[in-house]
Design a protein around this ligand. Sequence first.
Ligand code: NAP
Length: 253
Amino acid sequence: MKRTALISGASSGIGRETARIFARNGIRLVLCARRADRLQALQEELSELTDVCTLDFDIRDREAMTEALQSRPAAFQEIDILINNAGNAHGLDLIHEGRIEDWEAMIDINIKGLLYLSRALLPAMVERGRGQVVNIGSIAGKEAYPRGNVYVATKFAVDGLTRAMRQDLLGTGVRVSAVHPGLVHTEFSEVRFKGDHEKAEAVYQGYRPLEAVDVADSIWYIVSRPGHVNVADLLILPADQASATLVDKKTDT
Ligand SMILES: NC(=O)c1ccc[n+]([C@@H]2O[C@H](COP(=O)([O-])OP(=O)(O)OC[C@H]3O[C@@H](n4cnc5c(N)ncnc54)[C@H](OP(=O)(O)O)[C@@H]3O)[C@@H](O)[C@H]2O)c1
């Protein structure tokens, strides 16, 4: 049976590559993000492979999310797979120097956005007795690192929520997993450093980071397991990374 996935943060990085892998495997797609032009380009690219619908809304805005979800065509009503991927780090300041608006953005997007989408889509999964949720956490949700403070806290929350969701949904037929990536070369650092391209690129120099497709591949691994198997928790790192702060950077590369 053809399944339908809703992917948040599908306009870039891990979400976009996940959409591509899912499309190649015949999964129907509901693609979400704020940048409608990006979503439309991806829809055009993938519509030869599968059915695609796009919903552009800011995940911080629960009313906008509800309206967007209600507007999706009938053929996309049943969501079998929810990929809670939208998220970013905003800033890299010490805790006593942090910008309150950065903190609020991270809490609202990384935690509350995930909760809003889950609350909207889980009841129908429970009613149907099947479904799958994959939350995108981070190595920052497993260990703190200097200046990570609020981003770290939001990803610890994603880890905690994933565990709690798995317990609440036990026996419903809905599987809950998390993927926790280490360093991945996406627009993540551009957002963290507010468009400072040089600073952003420096994060990925001197070693080989993961590419978005590497993480997307692990998400596909999880959603393609048979129904009795749940890959509950997956930490995926570049071979050159051993912890949140320990990266084998060669200064001459
Ligand atoms: N890259 C890494 O090193 C890394 C490591 C560990 C975990 N992660 C996690 O992986 C996930 C994806 O990040 P990425 O690396 O792929 O970064 P990215 O390329 O910056 O993608 C982030 C996605 O989130 C969406 N998004 C951000 N704010 C949003 C909002 N207010 N409303 C709706 N959508 C929003 C963006 O879409 P729009 O801007 O179009 O709205 C974009 O599609 C995040 O949860 C991130 O925390 C990344």
